[in-house]
Write a protein that binds this ligand. Structure first.
Ligand SMILES: NC(=O)C1=CN([C@@H]2O[C@H](COP(=O)(O)OP(=O)(O)OC[C@H]3O[C@@H](n4cnc5c(N)ncnc54)[C@H](OP(=O)(O)O)[C@@H]3O)[C@@H](O)[C@H]2O)C=CC1
Ligand SMILES: [Cu+2]
Length: 399
């Protein structure tokens, strides 16, 4: 996305292009890290002119879209009215030399404290920045958006951006900026709310209530069904006592049912959304609230589905540990001796178990690798890198 998608041209009534009366708004970014790069890409793509201030512009320029101007910090802060501070809190004080050039400008604080930092500092990062630059207006925004989401573009599930500032005019400017970038700004009031806004990405379990209740409801439903089918019916019809199956067998039959239904509920809203867009003939209209909520809960449902599938795998590996299983084995062995036929070696079952085990070990290995590599990014952003592997794992495990 090197070139602006929305150029600042207007279409005249006769269809010809006319120059916009306003010039392209200029936005500054201090810092050249992951966040700064993604932000620059997004801003350029949304039609803004971007100037990036780096301590070492020669080294970092190649990492930015060609339309962005990468230069020294002191040169970058000259012309733009809005400047994003894409740096960590501990480096804010290194900007104090720029105080004079920054006077009167809007500084956007995007920083995300870690849990420890959040507990250690009583004032928010944004308020700290404001105390360092009393002549600037500080606005807290975009901290809940990961670099990845910025680059890939907002999705329906995670486009909300909480924004707060003590200066309504500056806040409105940033609200409009967020909107122009395709996000849904959320006014959180004065800068005193910044601490609350900074705590948002630290809440690891937002929006889990509905998916958890749904999973529980599905579990109860399928458990009851399997109980009636596998335990109650044989008891009533043939007088067989299979109540010992309640804690393990019935649970193990129930888990994959829940996993599959949840998994289908992860994919279904995408299909519904696509159908709706086709029906409307545009993708630039808001989805109805129910669909938006559903789309927002996909990650949680995917993780719960994965959890059920993993539990199912674990239960399945433990099945041979049961006393009832040993009894059946001995029973079969005795029968085999008595009839002198080999019943126990069932080629299909043997192969099935071998493949089960090898896939299980593979899935576990891959998972631990992914967990180790994604943990650092999880801790720094609310919208974790999309866990699409989570949606594939139940398939792997239940093959
Ligand atoms: N990465 C993400 O997904 C998200 C990040 N954020 C926030 O954005 C901010 C930047 O994060 P991110 O881009 O990931 O971090 P990086 O470490 O990738 O980038 C930090 C940048 O700060 C600049 N910097 C300026 N002064 C110093 C200094 N004295 N020492 C070190 N670096 C300095 C550097 O640019 P240069 O060398 O060019 O001066 C560096 O590239 C953080 O506050 C973070 O919490 C918020 C949401 C998500
Ligand atoms: Cu299974």
């Amino acid at each position: 996305m090197d070139k602006p998608l929305i150029s600042r041209h207007l279409v005249d009534s006769d269809g010809s292009l006319a120059e916009a009366p306003r010039e392209v708004p200029k936005v500054g970014i201090l810092g050249s890290g992951d966040f700064a790069r993604s932000l620059a890409t997004r801003l350029v793509g949304s039609g803004f002119s971007v100037v990036v201030g780096s301590r070492n512009p020669k080294r970092t320029a190649g990492l930015f879209p060609s339309a962005a101007h990468v230069t020294l910090q002191e040169e970058a802060v000259g012309s733009p009215e809005v400047i994003f501070v894409a740096m960590f809190r501990e480096h804010y004080s290194t900007l104090c030399g720029l105080s004079d050039q920054l006077a009167g400008k809007i500084l956007v604080d995007v920083s995300n404290p870690t849990q420890q930092e959040h507990l250690r500092h009583h004032e928010s990062n944004a308020e700290y920045l404001a105390s360092l630059f009393p002549t600037c207006t500080v606005v807290k925004a975009f901290n809940v958006i990961s670099a990845w989401t910025l680059q890939a573009g907002p999705r329906d599930g995670n486009r909300q951006v909480p924004i707060c500032s003590d200066q309504p005019e500056a806040k409105r400017t940033v609200l409009e900026l967020a909107q122009a970038m395709g996000f849904t700004p959320m006014d959180m009031g004065s800068l005193a709310s910044a601490r609350e806004v900074e705590a948002m990405p630290l809440r690891l379990l937002p929006g889990w209530k509905v998916p958890a209740l749904l999973a529980l409801g599905l579990f109860v439903f399928f458990y009851t069904y399997n109980f009636i089918r596998d335990v109650l019916q044989p008891y009533l019809q043939e007088g067989k006592n299979k109540f010992y199956q309640l804690p393990v067998s019935v649970v193990n039959t129930t888990l994959p049912c829940v996993a599959y239904v949840l998994l289908s509920l992860v994919y279904l809203p995408g299909v519904v959304a696509a159908a709706l867009q086709l029906h409307r003939g545009t993708k630039y209209r808001r989805f109805p609230d129910w669909l938006d909520h559903w789309l927002q809960h996909r990650k949680q449902m995917g993780l719960l589905s994965f959890f059920c599938a993993a539990l199912h795998a674990l239960y399945s590996f433990c099945l041979p540990l049961r006393r009832s299983h040993r009894y059946e084995l001995v029973n079969q062995a005795v029968k085999q001796v008595l009839t002198n036929k080999s019943h126990l070696w069932i080629e299909k079952e043997v192969w099935r178990m071998e493949i089960y085990l090898s896939l299980g070990v593979l899935a576990l290995g891959t998972l631990s690798l992914l967990a180790v590599t994604s943990l650092p990014s999880i801790s720094n952003s609310l919208n974790w890198r999309e866990f699409s592997f989570v949606q594939v794992c139940p398939f792997l495990i239940d093959l």
